[in-house]
Design a protein around this ligand. Structure first.
Ligand SMILES: [Zn+2]
Length: 93
């Protein structure tokens, strides 16, 4: 499944998170740019309202590869700018 981009849609975003408890979220500016693309787990407590507007948007997927593909399409990015230190998204517990 391809990554979904949520902008000004907190309801859509929260519903996605409920359905994908083990998914990933990239926090981005409302207009995504390479310098600010932070990867989190869905469950991360750093993710707070408003999730998707006016300043921020979110990319969501169960797949890191799909997230990266979408970030390249939307922001010309080849990588996340940062991995969240709070939720360490690429480690498995
Ligand atoms: Zn996090």
């Amino acid at each position: 499944m391809t990554a979904i981009w949520f902008k000004d849609d907190d309801d859509g975003y929260t519903n996605w998170c409920k359905a994908h408890e083990r998914g990933f979220v990239v926090n981005a500016d409302s207009k995504p740019r390479r310098k600010y693309l932070v990867l989190h787990k869905v469950s991360c407590e750093f993710l707070k309202r408003p999730f998707t507007g006016p300043s921020y948007s979110k990319f969501c997927s169960d797949s890191i590869d799909e997230l990266l593909a979408e970030l390249e399409r939307k922001a010309g990015a080849r990588a996340f700018s940062k991995l969240c230190k709070k939720c360490s998204p690429l480690t498995t517990e």
